[in-house]
Every structure is written in C-alpha cells, then in structure tokens.
Design a protein around this ligand. Structure first.
Ligand code: NAD
Length: 519
C-alpha cells in the first residue's frame, strides 16, 4: 500500500542504489535487475554545480557491459511482451504511488547533481510522474481497430504491438522527467528499454530503477548503461535496438537521428530551442512581468521551454525597467537552500559559454541592463552561478539571439506590430514553444493561427502540454514523426499488425484458383 511504500524501509532501499555521502562513490549500472559496478577504466567525474566538488564518478561502460544490457533486454522482451496488459498496467499503478511517496528523495538527488532548487526539482519529478499516470490508462491507449464484414465472411482487425528493445538517451536538465518520458511509455506498451542517462546527473534514473523494481517490474525490462559518445554510438548501431528516443542539444540530436535512421531505426529527437514571449501593451502587466521573469530565469534558464527571448510590441517596451526590478530581486544560490530562486548552471564550461554569449551581445550593440555575470554567492564562491541577466535592443542578426544561451539570460527585442513579432518568430529556425501575453482575444487568436511553432501559450509562459497530449515542438526543435508521450508516444513505441480473416462454414467460394485481383 501507499502507506507501506512511504516508510523508512523504502527510503533505505533508495539509498542503496546511490550513495549520496561525502565519500565520492561510483555510479552503478542497472543490468538484468541488479545494480552492478562497471569494470571500465574510464570514469567521468560528476561535480555538484553549487560547489564543484566531486559528488560521484560515472563509468563509461565497456562494450561487453552494453552488450550484456542488450542481451538482458532481448531476453526480457520474450516474456514481458507476452504479459497481460493488466500486469503492465499494475506495474505503472504501483510505480506512480512509489514515485509520489518519494518525490522529495528524488528531488534531493537532483539538486545535488544538477543544481536546480529543491522545489523546482520536485516539479521535475512531478512532470515525469504525470507520464507514469498517463501510462496507467494503457488499456485504452493501446487498442487496435476492427472492421467486420469488409467482404463476405471476412473481417479485418489490427493489433498495436511493441517493437522490441528500445533505447533512450537523456539530457542533464531534467534528470527525472525525461527518463520518465521514455521508459514508462516504452514498457507499458510491452517493449523493453535501455536508458543511457546524461553522464552529468544519472542518479535520478537509478533511483527510479529502485522504484521500478519495488513496483514489481521484472529484471531486464529496463536496463541502464552509462557513458558519453561511445555508448551513444553503440545504441545507434546495435542491430537489436529498434527505436531511439533522444532529448538534448542540436549537435547530438541531429547526429543521433541521422546515425539511427541510417541503421533502420525509428528515432524521435527533441532538440534545442529559442522560445519567444510576445508582450502586447494590453496585457495584464503585473501577471505578465512575473511570468516572464519566472519563465526566463527559473531553473537558471536551463529549460528547453524557458522563455529566453521577449518581444515587446509597441508601448509594452516601457515595462522593461519594471521587469529588471523583478529579475534583480530573484535570489541566486545553491538549490538546497530555502528561498533560493536561481541555482547554479551545470558546469564551469556552461557558465563560460553563457558569459561569452552575453559579451557577444554587448559587442554587437545590445544594452546590458541587468548584469548577473559577477554575482557572488557567499560560502559558494566556487559554484557556477550566473545571476539574472537582461539584454535589450537585441537584433535577430546578433549571435546572442541566434544561439540558444541555456542560462539565466533574457534577450529583449522590440517590434512595432504583432505582425512584425510573428515574422521574427517564424523566421527563427526553432519551433519548440512560444507565448503571447494579451487581454485581447482577437490578438491571441491571430497569434495562434499565424505562428509556426509547435507549442503555443496564451498568457501561459511555458506551454508544456500534459501527457494526455504530446510534447509537440516543431521545425528545428524536433526531428522525427511521432512526438513524446500522449497518443503519439504510444504510436512511436508500437507497430501495427493488421489481420484479415475469412471464416466460412462450407467452401462454396471457388471451384478453381483465382489468379486475378478481385474486382
Ligand atoms: P547534450 O546533447 O549535450 O546531451 C544529451 C545526451 O546526448 C547525453 O546523454 C549525452 O551523453 C549525449 N551526447 C552529448 N553530446 C553528444 C555527441 N556529440 N554525440 C553523441 N552523443 C552526445 O544536451 P544537454 O546539454 O545534456 O541538454 C541541454 C540541451 O537539451 C539543450 O539544447 C536543451 O534545449 C535541450 N533539451 C531539449 C528538450 C526538448 O524537449 N526539446 C528538453 C530538454 C532539453
């Protein structure tokens, strides 16, 4: 029961897979239902972004270890794909209870490895949990189609069947949510799944494996391997892996899409973004400015749906000084500290990149009206902190506009009219998300109709759809045909078998063989 799962007993189980004590431990693989040490000689140090101290070391798994994961997945597929759909549903029902009861434990691990604030880390878990909850409805979601009497005594029906072994490659910015976009959908459809979490924060994935085991999921149904490029290449090339789900940067996403597709796999690839918020002068000023600041600087801007670009239309430009005031009030610090709004960015390299993009804006003529580059956080001087930063007078030709900054930096553009704003957004190669802030329904409607972006918010700054829909980024932000979760997620992880059957009491049909197509 939920009560039993929330007890100390489960908390102890959780601690076993991943040791968060001060002695730098190593991260284990999860193969065939067991947490195993890698025998590799190559390790990646994982640093706490708030201190840059080494928290743990992540193995670059050996080829044999990755092969063992595939073997385990293949073996498990034989039985798992034949279990009743109710059995798979039960695993999801239990998993959702366990995750809910242990949200805070997961969030603590996320803050330690990834840096985001504890409350935000709980949001990371919750948004993944909602996918698990959606999977609990698999009994309706995986139904096929039927059509009786398509000819005399003949019926056609289709089954929606699993593919086999699937794989997921995840980014650092949502260590719980994104693995949960992948393996729950894959396995409730009857597939097995190999997850290669981000080498920068794999802890949440391993905690989820403890929970999945506790939920009664058999060994081999999900395996976890670690590494960087070599493990990605292994997944792209392995003939027994049928489908790859990827979320991360453009560079990796395009590469994985091309390499995976070339090897005949199904690939869905969610990539980078540059999300614009259009501020109309008739918007609710107070709500809009709060939403802009939250969506630009929350999670230190390291969300693929962060509103990293604001377009102020006409008179709305006069609100910028007030936006600066609100942004300047946000508290920068380590994610575990109560009251902190903006945690560190993932690495010193990420910080350097962010600062250099800000500088490029200044060099190209933008105005730096809020400068978070030299923010100091007492007792955490070594952390990768960047304070909220705002650049105005930015033009679409500038590097700080063209590149995804992925930090707490808001670039502001101006437009004379809504048409001008729409034109700017539609010319941008990315299509992940966008939002308009207005109190005028006709303005909102025009924006929704004319904007060429896959996820649109009207007075909603980060319009990520709940899992009964799909995550529908478009253009440069997504390569593939079926999106993550929702009906499209089920479609991605399944194939259709269509059966046409003829059952007749007596054979009255033909006296001789028919060699031409029926007319
Ligand atoms: P990343 O591409 O560096 O890493 C993602 C995964 O790819 C990791 O598992 C990593 O090991 C692997 N990888 C990295 N570089 C590779 C390469 N050159 N070849 C093969 N594999 C490689 O991404 P990240 O920095 O962890 O995540 C941030 C990025 O992810 C941002 O661009 C963000 O917009 C994007 N993102 C997109 C979405 C979305 O849904 N569109 C969601 C979250 C994050």
């Amino acid at each position: 029961s939920l009560f039993r799962l929330a007890t100390a007993e489960v908390r102890n189980i959780l601690k076993r897979s991943y040791n968060t004590s001060n002695v730098a431990p190593t991260v284990k693989m999860f193969i065939d239902g067991k947490f195993v040490d890698s025998t590799t000689k190559e390790w990646i140090d994982l640093h706490d972004p708030a201190t840059n101290e080494v928290v743990t070391r992540v193995p670059k798994c050996t080829n044999d270890e990755m092969e063992a994961a595939v073997e385990s997945s293949k073996r498990a597929f034989k039985t798992w794909s034949q279990t009743s759909i109710l059995t798979r549903q039960q695993v999801m029902l239990r998993l959702q209870q366990i995750i809910r009861a242990n949200m805070s434990e997961l969030a603590k691990n996320i803050t330690k490895e990834q840096g985001k604030t504890h409350v935000d880390a709980e949001g990371d878990v919750l948004r993944g949990l909602q996918v698990v909850e959606h999977c609990c409805g698999i009994t309706s979601l995986q139904m096929g189609e039927t059509m009786p009497n398509i000819a005399k005594d003949m019926d056609t029906y289709s089954y929606t069947l699993p593919l086999g072994v699937t794989a997921g490659i995840t980014p650092f910015n949502f260590p719980a949510m994104i693995p949960l976009w992948m393996f729950p959908v894959a396995i409730t459809c009857g597939n097995t799944s190999i997850i290669k979490p981000s080498e920068r924060d794999p802890g949440a994935t391993l905690l989820l494996m403890e929970m999945l085991t506790e939920a009664g999921c058999p060994p081999g149904v999900v395996n976890v391997i670690h590494g960087a490029h070599d493990s990605v290449n292994f997944i792209c090339d392995h003939p027994d892996i049928r489908a790859i789900s990827f979320v991360g940067s453009d560079q990796a996403g395009k590469y994985i899409y091309e390499r995976g597709c070339k090897n005949g796999k199904r690939v869905q690839s969610n990539m980078g973004a540059k999300n614009h918020g259009v501020v109309m002068a008739d918007a609710n000023k107070n709500a809009t400015l709060n939403q802009l600041a939250g969506a630009a600087f929350g999670a230190a801007g390291q969300r693929c749906m962060a509103l990293s670009t604001a377009i102020f239309v006409g008179e709305a430009r006069a609100w910028i000084p007030e936006l600066v005031e609100r942004a300047a009030k946000l508290r920068v610090g380590p994610g575990h500290m109560p009251g902190v709004d903006v945690g560190p960015v993932i690495s010193p390299q990420a910080k350097e990149r962010i600062l250099s993009l800000v500088q490029s804006g200044v060099d190209e003529g933008a105005k730096l009206i809020l400068d978070g580059r030299n923010v100091k956080v007492e007792k955490f001087e070594k952390g990768n902190f960047v304070g909220p930063t705002i650049l105005t007078d930015v033009l679409p030709s500038m590097k700080c506009y063209k590149e995804e900054i992925f930090g707490p930096v808001l670039v502001c553009l101006s437009a004379e009219t809504l048409d001008n704003a729409i034109e700017i957004i539609n010319k941008n190669p990315y299509g992940n998300g966008t939002a308009i802030f207005t109190t005028n329904g006709a303005t909102a409607r025009k924006f929704v109709n004319e904007i060429d972006v896959g996820q649109v918010g009207v007075n909603v700054p980060i319009p990520v759809p709940l899992p009964m829909f799909s995550f529908t980024g478009s253009r440069g932000s997504f390569w593939g045909s079926e999106h993550f979760y929702g009906k499209q997620g089920i479609k991605f992880y399944t194939q259709t078998k269509t059966v046409t059957q003829l059952w007749r009491d007596t054979d009255v049909s033909h006296t001789q063989a028919a060699v031409s197509m029926p007319t």
